[in-house]
Design a protein around this ligand. Structure first.
Ligand SMILES: [Zn+2]
Length: 320
């Protein structure tokens, strides 16, 4: 029942069942920790986002029911029902890879890459994902099967857990402090999980070349950074092998790295942010530049105009 498909996921379970709730509930035990634990809480939120992504691509457990319960559990820390990845990420982003038809394109309003476009990308991306998500829910509901039951279970888990956790904080510490312990324990990490996944998606694709099998993504290749983020920095090989378990991405990247444009193998997200957002405004050479063919520069024969139909076809295939 609890059998894992890959032993590397024991660390994910330790995070998901010990660290996530442990760090969050520490605020309830000792409200003086509010603020002090923020860096750790944000890291927990980031990992919740990574697990949500990975679990949708490559289920964690052997048993289907256990996977469904794990999705519901992760939804609480991710702050949103996990199924939402399926219509806009698995069926859409992985198919179009930042080209026309991708609900999460990085170049919707501007082709420039600035701190402002990266930081506010969350709002643009979330807005344009809402249509395909809505459609996915409607189709699942009309069919009334397993997919719909999972959507309901995940949504109920998020709402009930967050209301109960807010209530618990208030019951323990009164209104002001209670709201504060809930906000720092659960709300901020969950919001950060959502924001940071979309931010990461933005910087992994902005100015890349989706027409190339090697240069469609930016990688963050620092080994020790990747230990902390469960190999999420190796994005090229993730797109090329989306169903492969995350623990294999280090080796896959090592085998492919020589084919990838060197400027798309950045050391770490932190160094990348300093270069682009701190130094970039003053020195042009620190900013990203378009590599190869731009996502919006479609060769005439492959121009995808009917993006809505493409998303719909993917959703129909998934539900069927
Ligand atoms: Zn993915």
């Amino acid at each position: 029942m609890l059998k894992l498909r890959f032993a590397a996921d024991y660390r994910c379970l330790f995070y998901a069942f010990v660290l996530f709730p442990g760090v969050a509930l520490a605020h309830y035990v000792q409200p003086a920790l509010v603020g002090w634990l923020l860096p750790v809480s944000l890291y927990m939120g980031y990992c919740a986002g990574i697990f949500s992504h990975n679990h949708n691509h490559c289920p964690t457990f052997v048993n289907r029911r256990t996977n469904e319960w794990f999705s519901a559990w992760l939804s609480i820390f991710y702050g949103y029902p996990l199924f939402a990845w399926i219509p806009t990420h698995n069926l859409n982003h992985h198919k179009h890879v930042n080209r026309a038809g991708d609900a999460t394109i990085t170049w919707r309003y501007t082709k420039e890459h600035t701190f402002w476009t990266a930081a506010t990308y969350f709002f643009v991306s979330a807005y344009f994902q809402s249509g395909p998500i809505r459609e996915y829910i409607d189709k699942a509901r009309a069919q009334g099967g397993r997919v719909h039951r999972q959507i309901v279970t995940q949504a109920v888990s998020v709402i009930v857990a967050h209301v109960a956790l807010l209530g618990l904080g208030i019951a323990l510490w009164g209104l002001g402090t209670g709201v504060l312990v809930y906000t720092f324990g659960f709300a901020i990490p969950a919001l950060f999980a959502l924001w940071s996944m979309m931010f990461t998606n933005y910087i992994q694709h902005v100015h890349c070349d989706p027409w190339s099998p090697d240069n469609h993504s930016r990688n963050f290749v620092s080994k020790w950074n990747n230990w902390f983020v469960f190999q999420a920095g190796y994005h090229t090989v993730h797109h090329e092998n989306p169903g492969t378990h995350w623990s294999k991405y280090g080796e896959l990247h090592a085998a492919r790295a020589h084919l990838i444009a060197p400027e798309l193998n950045e050391a770490s997200i932190f160094a990348f942010c300093v270069k682009n957002y701190v130094l970039g405004p003053f020195f042009e050479r620190f900013r990203t530049k378009q590599v190869g063919r731009a996502a919006y520069d479609a060769p005439a024969a492959t121009l995808e105009t009917d993006s809505v139909a493409a998303v719909e076809a993917g959703i129909n295939a998934e539900i069927a």
